[in-house]
Write a protein that binds this ligand. Structure first.
Ligand SMILES: [Zn+2]
Length: 403
């Protein structure tokens, strides 16, 4: 019989503990007997693991049930107090933060609008959001185990460096993890905002228990997070999900990437507001003029949506056109990945039913019928917190998943 080395045993134990944590995360609470059958581990192993988790404060007994036979069964759950993380979503138009506990519960959130602000003060604005979160939760920084940061563009998640960020000027080639670590002296993890949106959907949103799905992240820019076989897909160089820069209209509008006709150049937040500003300059959209309070500053997507709902034909067309091209992007992704679900999230789609309906219509019309027969296309239920939650979730990943 093969002798197992200590390192084999340590690996097996770590693997089993992560399995138990994963079950408790998904099931919320269960007994030792349930854990034993779900984890396919014998009762003695479960008892040992749970005893250690109880003494470390990682697990608590939440209730006892008595089925009349033997001792009452203790129902166990992860203890939220065991770990607290801050998730920070640094977008081109917003800064959103959450404090999340070990169970994935959001304890508090705070968001500020930074559209038009100079990126020189971005670090101070991050400080402000973190201070607000600590104040709302009555925490001091020493109760925070990790900070996760979601950033747009090309992010090297291994080094924590923001390599290329078109939508936040001045924050190129910045060692984000190092900067934040110097400031807060806690472990910092960094990743791309769309992949983190997909991670929060996978753990706590519409993608729970899902294996193969895509999350379209519609905001100032457009990206997507791809989940394959229950894991977020990174690609060879960690640059997966740049769907916003797939070309859908040859010789189309100029894009921030330097090329023409990307989805982002037609349907992103920045493209829409540029197009709407042009409508204002041409005096072609009286209701948008009213919605922007009669000034000719760049309209927000919310103002475009309001004008469209008031009956402004031009704004309605802008949103439908954007929905159509995003829908084409989704159709192309479906053909490549063959997902079971497409989740549409991000600030652009919040309260934007006109665009969402056009996306769904386009996908149904343009996709290969066989490929969409069983696909669900749904709006994210996590709303505007999805990406910040993803950043906090990333902080928890090493408790549940192998690196
Ligand atoms: Zn582009």
């Amino acid at each position: 019989m093969k002798e197992y080395s200590k390192s084999d045993q340590a690996f097996l134990r770590s693997y089993n503990i992560k399995k138990v944590r994963g079950i408790l995360r998904n099931e919320k609470s269960c007994s030792r007997v349930d854990l034993s059958s779900m984890a396919n581990l014998d009762k003695k192993t479960i008892t040992n693991i749970i005893n250690d988790m109880l003494s470390d404060g990682e697990v608590t007994v939440v209730s006892k049930s008595n089925d009349g036979v033997g001792r009452p069964k203790e129902n166990l759950a992860l203890n939220g107090e065991f770990v607290h993380c801050i998730g920070l979503d640094v977008g081109g138009t917003h800064l959103t933060g959450v404090i999340m506990d070990y169970t994935g519960k959001v304890l508090c959130d705070h968001s500020i609008d930074i559209a038009g602000m100079n990126s020189d003060i971005l670090m101070q604005l991050c400080d402000l959001v973190i201070e607000e979160l600590l104040s709302k939760s009555n925490f001091t920084l020493d109760r925070i185990n990790k900070i996760g940061i979601a950033f747009p563009g090309y992010i090297d998640s291994k080094t924590g460096e923001a390599k290329l960020t078109e939508n936040i000027k001045g924050w190129q080639r910045l060692p984000l993890a190092e900067l934040f670590h110097k400031k807060y002296n806690v472990e910092i993890v960094v990743d791309d905002c769309s992949r983190l949106m997909a991670l929060s959907e996978l753990r706590y949103g519409a993608g729970r228990r899902g294996s193969n799905f895509i999350v379209f992240d519609l905001g100032l820019g457009i990206g997507c997070g791809i989940v394959i076989n229950g894991k977020v897909f990174y690609g060879a160089m960690g640059m997966s999900g740049e769907v916003g820069h797939t070309i859908v209209k040859v010789d189309g509008p100029h894009c921030t990437c330097g090329r023409n006709g990307c989805i982002e150049s037609i349907a992103s937040g920045w493209a829409l507001t540029d197009q709407a500003l042009e409508l204002l300059h041409q005096k072609e959209s009286p209701l948008l003029y009213e919605a922007t309070n009669k000034n000719t500053k760049t309209p927000t997507v919310k103002e475009i949506g309001l004008a469209a709902k008031l009956g402004d034909e031009k704004c309605l067309q802008l949103l439908k056109n954007a929905g159509k091209y995003i829908g084409i992007g989704i159709v192309n992704s479906i053909s490549i990945i063959n997902p079971s679900k497409v989740i549409v999230g991000g600030r652009l789609i919040q309260d934007n039913d006109i665009m969402f309906q056009e996306i769904v219509r386009t996908v149904k019309r343009e996709a290969l019928p066989e490929m969409i027969r069983d696909i669900k296309i749904e709006a994210s239920q996590l709303g505007e917190l999805a990406t910040a939650m993803g950043a906090a979730t990333l902080c928890l990943e090493n408790y549940f998943e192998d690196e």
